[in-house]
Ligand binder design. Structure first.
Ligand SMILES: Cc1cc2nc3c(=O)[nH]c(=O)nc-3n(C[C@H](O)[C@H](O)[C@H](O)COP(=O)(O)OP(=O)(O)OC[C@H]3O[C@@H](n4cnc5c(N)ncnc54)[C@H](O)[C@@H]3O)c2cc1C
Ligand SMILES: *[C@@H]1O[C@H](CO)[C@@H](O)[C@H](O)[C@H]1NC(C)=O
Ligand SMILES: *[C@@H]1O[C@H](CO)[C@@H](O)[C@H](O)[C@H]1NC(C)=O
Length: 501
């Protein structure tokens, strides 16, 4: 790649996902006269719609795929280039696309996201889910399936196992509890009954339930302290079973060929040892494994717990790998342990004039004690917005401070049709044994967990319509000493809002 850029832009942003699009919007509105290019591989871009600031740090929004023309109509000095970036030369400040064109930039932002980490490459029986296309491929395959194996314990796996109907799901996780990325074992116990339930029936919804009707699960008090063992084996979730919050599977019914509504069994604390075709299974059978379930299947999964499970196909939902390859060759990017591009508190990589945001980057500044990076929509949007501000500020020689949104981790989502709010060190991340937990749980209704550190609230998990998010967010942000309140903090007969607001 020589210095023959056909056009040089003030700003070039790579990636039409949430991070890239938000960055472009921010740049174009901060400096409307600047020429901005968005280079993206796909035909569509992702747009944030119905954005709602729920509280100081919590935000809710929807994601839509749109043609890029919408963006260009709003920002006339924006050019959208639909082609994949093939290489980058940070010395000459040039980027080359798959169609052989070369573009120059003054400042570049890489927002190329990530791709699914697959169990094995090029196995036709192993599917990763990343975008609308792969979700549709999954649906197609599922419509002919009787049994699938889902591997992974993050958000995608959680949603999948809940959404799939008419097909048996064997869910293999390496942890002791489901949803380990988001929950502790108590919350997992709370959610597990949802997997046994058929389509949920509508229960009467009530806000801030007062616990006059429901008996505690095991005759103990409603308020549990650390490591309480929470059991539940009953009622389904509180809302009708429409699509889950996140949009990626909205409007897509995940149905297999069987009559059953939902049939999920979990294989705990195991990983995939091997994936075998039926021929491979036959030739290895003499030695060890007899499949758990008879019959003949297109593919067999051998787990580290010794079980071999036959199924129609395997879904690999074990996380993402940052999409960095096209940018690395010939350059000196510093990478983090998770293979993301390291960025500092101004979202700058180790190469001059190159920034990064979203799933492709790893936040390597000194984090606030209440924040951690998680590769989620919320953070892709926040980083995209903030990187746009930084790039504009640097061009205008203005100072810029780390945005307030990186003070406190916060995320709203839905799992198993329950509203889920996560705040701060919601799983006691990094606290070790130096933490105290308060838990309150009503089965089928709500699960509330508070993480205390030195008498101060540092995190919370709120499942169900608890209406506690704003109060707890404030208590976490102001780091008030809560020792005097003790377990009253979660006493449902005390209105906490009145206490503190
Ligand atoms: C199935 C699924 C469900 C999810 N559900 C949730 C959820 O419920 N809630 C939540 O918060 N998060 C969820 N996530 C995570 C969330 O989608 C990501 O964190 C977020 O989309 C990251 O945004 P991004 O802009 O960094 O990257 P992406 O959205 O991945 O966008 C990357 C863009 O870069 C483009 N690109 C890549 N390489 C190149 C190249 N070489 N040249 C040009 N363009 C390139 C791609 O075409 C794409 O447009 C989910 C993820 C998946 C896969
Ligand atoms: C586009 O840029 C030109 C100059 O580069 C400027 O005059 C014009 O106002 C810009 N358009 C908008 C809508 O800001
Ligand atoms: C990058 O550009 C510089 C300056 O034009 C050139 O010397 C160098 O060879 C290029 N690097 C690659 C890997 O093409």
């Amino acid at each position: 790649m020589a210095d023959k850029a056909e056009k040089t832009f003030k700003f070039v942003v790579v990636g039409g996902g949430i991070a890239g699009v938000t960055c472009v919007e921010k740049l174009s509105s901060q400096i409307p006269s600047a020429e901005v290019a968005l280079i993206t591989a796909g035909p569509h871009i992702k747009a944030v719609t119905n954005f709602k600031q729920v509280s100081k740090t919590l935000e809710e929004f929807e994601i839509e795929e749109r043609p890029s023309s919408v963006l260009v109509q709003t920002f006339p000095n924006l050019t959208v280039i639909h082609s994949a970036v093939k290489s980058l030369n940070t010395t000459s400040h040039c980027i080359e696309t798959a169609d052989g064109r070369v573009y120059g930039y003054e400042k570049l932002c890489i927002c190329s996201g990530g791709r699914p980490k697959l169990l094995t490459q090029d196995n036709p029986y192993v599917l990763g889910i990343r975008d609308t296309d792969s979700a549709q491929e999954f649906q197609k395959r599922l419509s002919k399936a009787r049994r699938i194996v889902v591997v992974g314990n993050g958000g995608i796996a959680l949603e999948l196992v809940y959404e799939v109907e008419g097909c048996e799901v064997i869910w293999a996780i390496k942890d002791k509890a489901i949803g380990n990325t988001f929950f502790d074992a108590g919350a997992a116990q709370f959610l597990i009954p949802s997997l046994d339930a058929g389509r949920p029936e509508r229960l009467v919804q009530c806000k801030r339930p007062r616990y006059t009707t429901e008996e505690p699960a095991d005759g103990a008090s409603h308020i549990y302290t650390a490591q309480a063992d929470l059991r539940g084996n009953g009622t389904g979730p509180t809302e009708p079973g429409s699509a889950l919050g996140p949009d990626w599977h909205e409007g897509i019914a995940f149905r297999g060929v069987e009559e059953v509504s939902r049939r999920v069994s979990v294989e705990y604390q195991c990983e995939v040892e091997k994936i075998l075709t039926s021929e491979e299974l036959l030739s290895s059978q003499q030695q060890t494994n007899t499949p758990e379930n008879g019959g003949s299947w297109p593919v067999y999964v051998q787990l580290t717990n010794g079980k071999t499970i036959g199924c129609d196909f395997v879904v690999s939902a074990t996380g993402v790998v940052p999409n960095t390859e096209p940018f690395l060759h010939g350059n000196n990017f510093l990478l983090a342990e998770d293979a993301g591009l390291r960025v500092d508190d101004q979202m700058m990589t180790s190469e001059p004039d190159v920034y990064a945001a979203g799933d492709v980057c790893t936040a390597c500044w000194e984090h606030s004690s209440l924040w951690q990076q998680m590769r989620l929509w919320t953070q892709a949007r926040q980083m995209g917005w903030y990187v746009g501000r930084c790039m504009a500020a640097h061009v205008l020689s203005e100072p810029v401070e780390l945005d307030f949104c990186f003070e406190l981790f916060s995320h709203i989502t839905k799992f198993f049709n329950y509203k889920v709010v996560l705040l701060g060190k919601f799983n006691g991340q990094g606290l070790g044994s130096n933490q105290e937990l308060l838990v309150r749980c009503t089965k089928g209704q709500e699960y509330v967990k508070v993480v205390l550190h030195g008498g101060r609230m540092v995190g919370a998990v709120l499942i169900g319509e608890t209406d506690l998010e704003e109060t707890f967010e404030n208590l976490i942000l102001n780091q008030m000493d809560l020792t005097p309140y003790g377990e009253d903090l979660l006493n449902p007969n005390i209105d906490i809002e009145d206490y503190f607001d």
